[in-house]
Write a new protein. Sequence first.
Length: 205
Amino acid sequence: MFTQYQLPYAYDALEPHIDALTVETHHGKHHATYTKNLNDFAEKAGVQEKDIVELLGSLEDVSEEYRTAIRNNGGGFYNHNLYFETISPNGGGVPTGVLGDKINECFGSFEEFKEKISALAMGQFGSGWAWLSVAKDGSLVLSNSGNQDNPISLGTGNMPIMCIDVWEHAYYLKYKNLRADYVKELFEVIDWEVVGRKYEEQLKR
């Protein structure tokens, strides 16, 4: 069974950057629905015991009858788990330590990294995501994807450690059509300690 990430903070804890109604709707309804649907379809497909990374990385092994549903709902489940785990009231600032050094090495500076991933988020036509991922050699790579796809389901071999959700349900209640304002404010709640821990975990794989 796949378990939805539970918020360790109140719905209004990310104010004023992300409003309480958005968090409640995004996590309590959208994310919860992806989780329920994934569990339902995974049971029908006989893959409910698989790890989500393993499942998304081997969609070709899923029965064709359920493959699209698993791809969409499994992606929605995984993507939102990562999104909500890596934002918090303690977020913002600049990453330090091993991750901070690697960002500077791969992108020149943290500001350049922000500009590049923000451009990917802004440039994603329609619904989708922007990603910071770890390649097998430990380097950091940026990408974007549509709908609920991610670097795992797309078969890149890269493992996401941070993401920007640019589905309209992530920001429209507060920011309306001003996606750029949402992306800018999201950096005020990204928990770089969590992202850094995820990066170091990937170095061990």
